[in-house]
Write a protein that binds this ligand. Structure first.
Ligand code: NAD
Ligand code: UDP
Ligand code: UDP
Length: 326
């Protein structure tokens, strides 16, 4: 059996949806985890079950300010990911992506830590290539409402590659495609959390446009496995790696799956399509398959069932708390 090398690992954005699952997995593997978050979209509740663990530490900090700690690895996840949240304060979104990346890269440079940057499929914008391979440069509006996120993440990738070339840092860039699962924020406006909440509360599911636009949904456990494999790859990939589930589905069919799996009587309501909403998005994951021996294993139905069960419990516990307070 391989002996565990216990590492000191910083997870920025560790109290968010993906970050909390990542912290949980790294703590379970026996590492010392420092979770840094300003609680903009994340919550202490997401990591409450880790607080008593001797290997886990939580620090309130905004990554746009310098951070001086001693670590071996950095997972840089800090950044709101849902369009509603990242567009609420777009200047802060760009600052988080760009100043946050500079600070985390400066930290990595000082302590010679490995850094994994959480990038996004949004760097491909409204893609003209389908599915998207990592060598596609994208089709991104630099001045629209999504640009603070898309261009911020593109600039963060540029910074990562320049710190790698200029300072010889060990950098890994994950281009994450739509990921869903337990601990998504119920009001974050992303499609899976919206549909599940609406189905469970008997509201109509809001499909934007005619619902024929497509996405590919990766279950959170698979994604976390991919992130850890990317960080641990003995030879760092020279360029970014797509992580996502290549199974493509339209938003209308997604709504129908959620209604069927939750046993809901909800209707579907069509609403206007948001500005610059990408039409299709689907990852080519050949690079991850070859370099990381990674591919997702959770089917959409299995992942949705687990997500629906989690949101059901969340709604019940909220009702119980409200009843007790009454
Ligand atoms: P999330 O909003 O749940 O988590 C982001 C976390 O970062 C939150 O806990 C938030 O409080 C924290 N944060 C935001 N600004 C910060 C700052 N300035 N300083 C410190 N902490 C800050 O989103 P998520 O879905 O968990 O996404 C995590 C990362 O993965 C993000 O970088 C996102 O861009 C990337 N990503 C996610 C998806 C997805 O589908 N979930 C897809 C592509 C990329
Ligand atoms: N930085 C940090 N922690 C560290 C080292 C650096 O937060 O341990 C920040 C610091 O604010 C700095 C930035 O990272 O401005 C970039 O560091 P770098 O050494 O690349 O450049 P500098 O601006 O110091 O010349
Ligand atoms: N969407 C939808 N109904 C919703 C929320 C989103 O039809 O209630 C659509 C949205 O227009 C987009 C897709 O679902 O085409 C995915 O949206 P999300 O905000 O989850 O992520 P994106 O991939 O756009 O960043």
């Amino acid at each position: 059996m391989k002996e565990l090398i216990r590492k000191r690992i910083l997870v920025t954005g560790g109290a968010g949806f993906l970050g909390s699952h990542l912290c949980e997995r790294l703590v379970a593997q026996g590492h010392d985890v420092l979770c840094v978050d300003n609680f903009y979209t994340g919550t202490k509740r997401n990591v409450a079950h880790l607080l008593d663990h001797a290997n886990f530490e939580l620090m309130r900090h905004d990554v746009t300010f310098p951070l001086y700690v001693e670590v071996d690895e950095i997972y840089n996840l800090a950044c709101p990911a849902s369009p509603i949240h990242y567009q609420y304060d777009p200047v802060q979104t760009t600052k988080t992506s760009v100043h946050g990346a500079i600070n985390m890269l400066g930290l990595a440079k000082r302590v010679r830590a490995k850094l994994l940057q959480a990038s996004t499929s949004e760097v491909y914008g409204d893609a003209r290539q389908h599915p998207q391979t990592e060598d596609y440069w994208g089709h991104v509006n630099p001045i629209g409402p999504r640009s603070c996120y898309d261009e911020g993440k593109r600039c963060a990738e540029t910074l990562c590659m320049d710190y790698k070339r200029q300072h010889g840092l060990d950098i890994r860039i994950a281009r994450i495609f739509n990921t869903y699962g337990p601990r998504m924020h119920p009001q974050d406006g992303r499609v899976v959390s919206n549909f599940v909440m609406q189905a469970l509360t008997g509201e109509a599911l809001t499909v934007y446009g005619d619902g024929s636009q497509t996405r590919c949904f990766c279950y959170v456990d698979d994604l976390i496995d991919g992130l850890i494999r990317l960080m641990n790859a003995s030879t760092p990939p020279e360029a970014p790696v797509n992580l996502g589930n290549p199974h493509e589905i339209s938003m209308l069919d997604t709504a129908r799956r959620v209604i069927a799996l939750s046993g809901s009587g909800s209707d579907i309501a069509f609403k206007p399509l948001p500005v610059d909403d990408p039409w299709h998005r689907c990852p080519s994951i050949e690079r991850a398959r070859t370099l990381l021996q990674w591919e997702p294993h959770t089917s959409l139905d299995v992942g949705l069932e687990a997500t629906i069960a989690w949101f059901r419990r969340l709604i019940e516990s909220t009702r119980e708390r409200a009843a007790m307070a009454y």
